[in-house]
Structure formats: C-alpha cells, structure tokens
Design a protein around this ligand. Structure first.
Ligand SMILES: [Zn+2]
Length: 345
C-alpha cells in the first residue's frame, strides 16, 4: 500500500566536517581528486543514513556531492566561462560573483547521473533528485552571449531535459527543479518561466516537482523576508498558471512563513510538498508544531496529495540541528497519519 503523507526534504543536507566547511554556502572541498570522489560518496551514504534513521520516505542524496545547487550543474556545461566572473544581483537581493555565458550552451556529458545511480544502488526507497530550474539558472549568471533571459532559459531547459531523461533511466522516481526565482519575477514566470520548465520535463515518465521557496536561511534572505510585509502573497501570482502545467508536485515554504495557507487552493489537484520545517533557524520544531502546519494545509490539499517536507534545503545548518529537524518532520507526519487513520482529523 502507498504510504499516506510520504515525507521528504526540499533537497540539501549539511555536508560532513571532513568534506567541506560546514554552515556555509559555496564551501570549498577539503579533499581532492580520487579522495574527493570517495569522500562525496561517503557523504551521500551518511545523508541517506540520516534520512533513513529519521524515517524519511522519499530519500535524496542530500546534495552532498555538489558545492551549490545551481553553479555545480552550470560548471559542467560548455558555453560558460568560470574564469572571468562578473558580479550580479541574485534574485534582486544579494551580490554574487558569477560565471559568464560567452557561447552556445551545451551539455557535453552527464552531470549527476553517476551520483544518482550510486544513490539508487544504496536504497530501495523512492528517490528524488533536484536540478536547478531554467529561470533560477539564468538568474545566477551573467549573459554576454544570448542577451535574452528567455532565450538562455530555453537553452538551459534543453540541457536539463537531457540530464533529466538520463536521471530517470538511472532509476530516479521524482525529478525536482528548484525555482526560487519564481517567487521574484512573476511576469517572466508567466511569460516564459513555466514554459521553460515544461520544456525541461518534456517526455519524462517519472514524476516531476518544482520547488519554490523564499531561500536558504542566510542573512540576505531573512533580511529580504522582513520587507515582504505581514502577508506573503507571491505564490498567488504564479499558482494559476502552475496549476495548469504538467508538473506533478509543487514544493512550498509554509512553516513559520507568512504565506497564507489558503493560497494552496489555487493549485488544487497538484501534489503539494508542504514545508513544515523552518530552515532559517536552529530551533528544532516539536512534532506537534509540524503536525499543526500539516493540519492547516490539509484544508486546501487532499490527504493523498500532501507530502510533508522542509521549507528549503538544510545545507547551511549544523548537522545535529538538521538531523533533529528530519526527525521532527517524520514524527509530526506520523501524528497526522494516525489522526487520519482514526478519522479524528
Ligand atoms: Zn529552497
């Protein structure tokens, strides 16, 4: 029987101390060459073990083999110059030194397929693999070649589709595209962002997801959140079109956020990964807090379409905090599962 309320995470987990400096994005690797390859595989196995121990139903690699959720994918493409970087404002929020698109984008070889195959060998559970979404990739680069965000997104969608098809063949059950940029550039999302995403999933038979959040718990993001007012209605701008799209699951930030829960009604019919864990603080939720967020979401999503999850990735958190949060998520989901089975919800 299919598990009701299957738990998963939005994506990343903290890397072990010996692999990269903890609590830091873009943290450089501490190992090299063959040792790095082996170290990444060990980190992936640890990430899987932590998820198993907590009771996560749909597991991932914890993104332990990548330095960053967007740039690591881009590093493997031709047409991008990583030497001569430019500074741009990411999501209109913070400056970052980014690579430059200086030629036609192409994927010369698979990027994560070996890692996905390795994960597949380690577990019989359903696995979810995250890729950056086309719009978020565009927003993490300086484009000196196509000179059109839409055109560049389309090129990225094509290479993402190649990668996604090989991930599917490697046994990935759910392919997730991370599109935090969807929460910022609404007009573009509706003009071409969702179309580019659909290009990226074209022809896939496995399930597909899009993760749309308010970002990692880093200062630039928490400062930005303070400017968004008492109600965060960003999702409202893009949900109607997403509801019409071919994407199966939509991953959202809900717990501790000011997103009005009733906005989920706008994507009725989709499976919803409800973020019931805050990744922007070190306080571990109680199972009851998790259950309460899920209960509120259940008013707007059918129980068989509710996927308890985290608000975003947990890479910047201390390891022990992330483990505690995984456990809280699973215990919270269990409370609700029990209520549903007793009919007391
Ligand atoms: Zn996120």
């Amino acid at each position: 029987m299919k598990t009701l309320l299957p738990t998963s995470t939005a994506g990343s987990l903290p890397k072990p101390l010996w692999l990269a400096e903890p609590e830091k994005l873009w943290s450089p690797w501490k190992l090299e060459a063959d040792e790095l390859v082996a170290g990444k595989q060990d980190a992936l196995r640890l990430a899987l073990m932590d998820q198993d121990r907590a009771g996560i139903d749909i597991v991932s690699d914890g993104e332990t083999t990548r330095q960053h959720f967007v740039t690591t994918f881009i590093e493997h493409l031709s047409g991008v110059d990583f030497e001569n970087r430019r500074t741009v404002k990411i999501r209109d929020r913070y400056d970052a030194s980014v690579p430059v698109v200086n030629g036609a984008i192409a994927r010369q070889k698979p990027v994560f397929v070996d890692d996905a195959r390795f994960l597949r060998q380690q577990t019989d559970k359903p696995i979810k693999w995250a890729l950056p979404g086309p719009m978020t990739m565009v927003d993490t680069l300086y484009d000196a070649h196509y000179k059109s965000r839409e055109k560049l997104a389309w090129e990225f969608a094509k290479v993402l589709n190649q990668e996604a098809k090989e991930l599917e063949a490697a046994g990935v059950d759910i392919i997730q595209f991370d599109e935090p940029a969807f929460n910022v550039f609404f007009d573009e999302v509706n003009d071409w962002g969702i179309a580019a995403l659909e290009k990226a999933v074209e022809g896939l038979k496995c399930e597909t997801a899009v993760h749309i959040c308010y970002g990692y718990g880093i200062k630039a993001n928490t400062d930005w959140k303070k400017t968004l007012g008492s109600e965060w209605r960003q999702y409202e701008e893009i949900f109607p079109k997403l509801q019409q799209s071919s994407i199966d699951l939509i991953s959202l930030e809900c717990h501790n956020s000011r997103v009005p829960m009733d906005l989920i009604e706008l994507i009725r019919g989709k499976k919803v990964m409800v973020g019931a864990i805050d990744v922007a603080n070190h306080q571990i939720e109680t199972p009851e807090e998790v259950a309460e967020t899920l209960r509120r979401a259940l008013k707007f999503v059918d129980a068989d379409k509710l996927y308890p999850s985290t608000n975003c990735g947990m890479a910047p958190l201390p390891n022990s905090v992330a483990r505690g949060k995984l456990e809280a998520l699973c215990k919270g989901a269990a409370i609700l599962r029990e209520e549903l089975s007793r009919g007391t919800f």
